[in-house]
Design a protein around this ligand. Structure first.
Ligand SMILES: C[C@@](CO)(OP(=O)(O)O)[C@H](O)COP(=O)(O)OP(=O)(O)OC[C@H]1O[C@@H](n2ccc(N)nc2=O)[C@H](O)[C@@H]1O
Ligand SMILES: Nc1ncnc2c1ncn2[C@@H]1O[C@H](COP(=O)(O)OP(=O)(O)O)[C@@H](O)[C@H]1O
Length: 279
């Protein structure tokens, strides 16, 4: 069996405060995009996870392996599986690639092993793997609160094209959060306005209200992320923003031709550029 494992971007990402457990209380709107990895499931008598990408581990430290173990633990199934991850989503990029692979694994095993798990049960398993993992069980457009695991499905957002540019550096989410002072955030995104804009399918308002407080950490440290963001806007994207903890920057466009034109213009500045769209 083959399943697509799609990436996400954060249309908004607000941090409300740092919690006692060290995590940050967030309020963010996540959007699933078409860019995807391919996950291949094959019958096997033990757990095997392979990925040929140089920065993604094979074997037991891959999030997918951990997802298989958790599904087995939660359901009592005694079976093996061989999983191959064909990577296209840039790694450590703010696009949730590993989280998506883990959620797709839970969904895949639910089908293959005929487990009858509900979405809620799959989200509960997913939340043990990482803050971003539960989002990918249902995908689409969702409001995420808590550390990212309290989810509310929103109306499907209107179709927008997305130009992604990933600078040649990997970013640790943990480090970005550690370098954020939640008490000194000057400008919080207007999440509620974004929700209304999505409900009304108001593209202009959606593009006006994108915002990510983690930009204050990553843009400050890396000039190439700053440059990519301003170039996207200069070249005519309706808006541009860093996704998650970065360093990927995205530009939103109403038309495919504009998105392609921007992607071509960014060529010399970034090795990994994709044109994709909202799911
Ligand atoms: C920033 C976001 C936005 O969507 O995405 P990415 O940039 O990773 O794609 C997420 O909050 C990332 O979610 P995820 O990547 O699953 O995070 P986890 O593995 O659970 O946590 C990694 C580390 O980030 C910090 N962390 C994570 C989530 C959160 N709400 N507060 C935190 O402080 C913690 O230090 C944790 O040890
Ligand atoms: N299946 C996986 N796909 C991608 N990265 C993985 C996977 N399993 C473990 N990792 C590790 O998780 C880290 C974060 O990767 P990723 O999920 O792509 O980040 P982000 O959420 O910032 O886009 C990487 O350094 C990688 O080594």
């Amino acid at each position: 069996m083959n399943l697509k494992s799609r990436a996400k971007i954060n249309l908004t990402l607000d941090v409300l405060y740092k919690r006692k457990d060290g995590y940050h209380e967030v309020k963010m709107i996540m959007q699933e995009i078409e860019l995807s990895d391919n996950i291949v499931f094959k019958e096997c008598n033990k757990i095997e996870v392979n990925c040929s990408h140089p920065f993604v581990p094979s074997g037991s430290s891959n999030l997918v392996y951990k997802a298989v173990e958790l599904v087995k633990e939660a359901t009592g199934v005694d079976a093996g599986i061989s999983i191959e991850i064909e990577k296209k989503i840039p790694v450590a990029a703010g696009l949730g690639g590993g989280s998506s692979n883990a959620a797709t694994t839970i969904i895949g095993l639910n089908k293959l092993w005929d487990l009858g798990l509900t979405d809620q049960e799959m989200e509960n398993i997913a939340s043990k793997l990482g803050a971003d993992v539960p989002f990918f069980v249902k995908g689409g457009t969702q409001l995420a609160t808590g550390i990212g695991e309290d989810l509310t499905k929103l109306t499907k957002a209107p179709k927008l094209w997305v130009v992604l540019a990933k600078p040649n550096l990997g970013i640790s989410t943990k480090e970005v959060y550690q370098n954020l002072d939640a008490n000194k955030i000057l400008c919080h995104p207007k999440t509620d306005r974004m929700i209304t804009a999505i409900e009304k399918k108001d593209i202009k308002e959606i593009c006006t209200n994108v915002g990510n407080v983690l930009e204050s950490v990553t843009l400050h440290r890396y000039s190439n992320v700053r440059i990519l963001k301003s170039k996207m806007s200069e070249m005519g994207a309706n808006s541009s923003l860093m996704s998650g903890s970065g360093p990927t920057v995205y530009g939103l466009c109403e038309g495919y031709d504009k998105a392609i034109q921007i992607a071509k213009g960014l060529g010399p500045l970034s090795e990994e550029i994709f044109v994709t769209k909202f799911v």
